[in-house]
Design a protein around this ligand. Structure first.
Ligand SMILES: [Zn+2]
Length: 301
């Protein structure tokens, strides 16, 4: 009985261990911008600094999601700079099923209004992003913001916006929420009347509703195919012609000379998901790869 008892103890510990891994973050909340100088601020319209608004909303959103049983983490909890690939890598390493980047808009003439969501143009990345974004927008609209809809934008390497491109490259559906125009009198009046907590609550209600539905459940269960898009598809296209394929190969080998073997292996592991990590990495700016390594060496990723 003694050994049987120990066996059951081990079994319980094992099952608890499994439960912990299963309950890894479902959602990675990414407060946009952060860090020193005007570069880190995002949009500026005194007294508002976008980097502070995004962190404020993200803190409240993350707390509400966790209290509601949708496990959430944040890419940054302090005022620090993160590159776009870092934000995607943090999401991937946490096991997140979705990356949600928090932003506020501004325009030079200060005359634009409304809430909008940007997502990937690819397959199920679009399906998940558009459905989740639609739920969030209906909540933000209830606060009084104009619904400007779901948007995608193509760039030379796939999706135009970096955090969406890197997120979907790692197989994680990614959205950007542009909550409102912080420099517009109409939107600011709503923002100041309802407060950032109401925006966070709107995001949380939309996200919870999405993950309660069929697509959100399929995303959590792994039955929704969110294979990597963007760089992966770009590299497959480049590999179709032999000259393009060989130039991609030599670019990757010269890229390797910038890193130690251990660093290179770690980088490869980050894009192993794409099935062609070297070709993918050859299209990522060297400064971004070095920033990733720096964070990895500090133990942050
Ligand atoms: Zn922004």
């Amino acid at each position: 009985m003694k050994y049987l008892g120990r066996f059951f103890t081990l079994l319980v510990v094992f099952i608890m261990g499994m439960a912990v891994s299963v309950s890894a973050a479902v959602v990675m909340i990414d407060p946009g911008h952060g860090g020193e100088g005007t570069e880190g601020c995002g949009a500026i319209y005194p007294p508002y600094f976008e980097k502070n608004l995004t962190l404020d909303v993200a803190n409240q959103l993350c707390a509400e999601l966790n209290a509601s049983g949708v496990s959430a983490e944040m890419t940054r909890t302090t005022d620090k700079a993160l590159s776009l690939p870092e934000r995607a890598a943090i999401a991937k390493n946490s096991g997140a099923k979705m990356l949600i980047s928090i932003h506020f808009n501004a325009s030079a003439p200060h005359d634009k209004t409304g809430s909008a969501v940007w997502t990937s143009m690819f397959g199920n990345h679009y399906k998940a992003g558009a459905e989740c974004g639609g739920q969030i927008l209906s909540q933000l609209t209830a606060l009084g913001f104009v619904n400007k809809g779901i948007w995608t934008k193509a760039g030379s390497q796939g999706d135009y916006y970096g955090v969406i491109r890197y997120g979907t490259s790692l197989g994680i559906p990614t959205i950007i929420i542009e909550h409102c125009y912080m420099d517009n009198a109409v939107d600011r009046a709503i923002l100041e009347r309802v407060g950032t907590g109401a925006l966070a609550h709107a995001d949380a209600a939309g996200i919870i509703s999405f993950f309660s539905g069929a697509t959100g459940q399929a995303l959590v269960n792994g039955t929704l195919d969110t294979s990597a898009a963007n760089y992966a598809s770009a590299s497959v296209a480049a590999g179709a012609g032999s000259s393009a394929g060989s130039s991609a190969g030599s670019a990757a080998s010269s890229l390797k000379s910038n890193f130690t073997d251990a660093e290179w292996q770690w980088l490869l592991s980050q894009w192993a998901y794409t099935g062609n990590a070297e070709a993918v990495m050859s299209q990522v700016p060297l400064s971004d790869l070095k920033a990733l390594i720096e964070e990895h060496n500090k133990g942050n990723i």
